[in-house]
Design a protein around this ligand. Structure first.
Ligand SMILES: N[C@@H](CCC(=O)N[C@@H](CS)C(=O)NCC(=O)O)C(=O)O
Length: 320
């Protein structure tokens, strides 16, 4: 991670653990919002007006948090408005790097080799991990935001004058319900799989796995209609999908969340497929990056061997 703007130690996936060996994720630091007129958003400072070609998203296709933002960009029709740079999915001793395999881009703005260089450009004395996604302002050369939950939400409304859309990912009538479900899905499932995978005690693992499958069971029972809220896709569906699509490919094996696969849940499988059929959405999924990225985490998989299986997920993607 970076300490006072200097890369100080080899990259380790476990960020922080509590006294019981439970994995703790770092809190994001850059929290400004793009808004239609540049006024300040719910957090951070103003000065980030919606403009075509001004902003860039740095993402990893392995990363569920980054994928949330890519999906919102697709569903809101913002491809031509916000550009994207994809990092290499294999984490190096210096964290994310650019280029080096199909589907991984070089950094077009600064020719950086590592993502942490983007952070020190934004903040020369930054202390913390150089995470993705990052939303970058190419006009002012500053980081707008590095919290995917914020980016997902701002993309729903920030560009509506430039690119009108009928789709509301966070509709007012379901806002409270979405917030309540998001909080539980985040804790028990999205981050729950990481808490299982990076647990350093049996007790922390047992607790996390139980929560992961309690939430999958609950969502399987709940999904009696196509979407989690109302009759169209919302951000709650996006936040569920990014974990479902990685589950059988990575979490089931590497993170040992192996009581059941998503393929064993008919409604969750159908939801995943429904998402994949939304226009453009499948372009945000790269199974090769997901597998190679997760299985490159040496502390969990010392020899870096990528498993062969997964015919069912590959067949689903191939058949779209
Ligand atoms: N709160 C952040 C979390 C992002 C995050 O943890 N990203 C991971 C990849 S999935 C990362 O970049 N990790 C790099 C590191 O820990 O050094 C968000 O949701 O945007």
């Amino acid at each position: 991670m970076l300490v006072e703007g200097k890369w100080t130690e080899d990259w380790q996936p476990v960020q922080k653990a509590d006294e019981k060996g439970r994995f703790i994720r770092q809190v994001s630091e850059f929290r400004n919002w793009i808004t239609p007129d540049g006024s300040a958003g719910p957090t951070g400072e103003g000065g980030f007006a919606a403009e075509a070609g001004r902003y860039r998203l740095y993402v990893a296709l392995i990363c569920p948090w980054a994928s949330r933002t890519l999906i919102a960009r697709k569903l809101k029709g913002l491809d031509a408005v916000i550009s994207v740079t994809v990092v290499n999915p294999e984490l190096t001793p210096q964290g994310w790097r650019f280029g080096g395999m199909p589907g991984a881009d070089e950094d077009p703005l600064f020719g950086a080799r590592y993502m942490h260089e983007i952070y020190t450009r934004a903040h020369p004395h930054y202390t913390g991990r150089a995470t993705v996604p990052v939303l970058w302002d190419m006009q002012r050369n500053v980081m707008v935001n590095n919290e995917s939950a914020d980016i997902l939400r701002m993309l729903d409304t920030a560009f509506e004058d430039l690119v009108p859309s009928d789709l509301r990912l966070y509709p007012a009538e379901h806002a409270a319900g979405i917030d309540a479900l998001n909080a539980r899905v985040y804790r028990m499932l999205n981050n729950g799989v990481y808490r299982a995978g990076f647990a350093t005690t049996q007790g922390a693992y047992d607790e996390a796995v139980a929560e992961v499958f309690a939430m999958l069971d609950e969502l399987e029972a709940r999904l009696s209609s196509d979407w989690l809220f109302g009759d169209t896709v919302t951000e709650a569906d996006i936040r569920l999908f990014v974990t479902l699509i990685r589950f059988d490919a990575a979490y089931h094996g590497l993170f040992k969340t192996n009581l059941r696969r998503i393929a064993d849940y008919p409604r969750l499988s159908a939801h995943m497929e429904r998402m994949l059929r939304l226009p453009g959405l499948a372009e945000t999924v790269n199974l090769d990056h997901i597998k190679r990225g997760y299985y490159s985490i040496r502390s969990l998989n010392p020899n870096g061997i990528v498993p062969a299986g997964l015919a069912h997920v590959e067949a689903l993607l191939a058949g779209l």
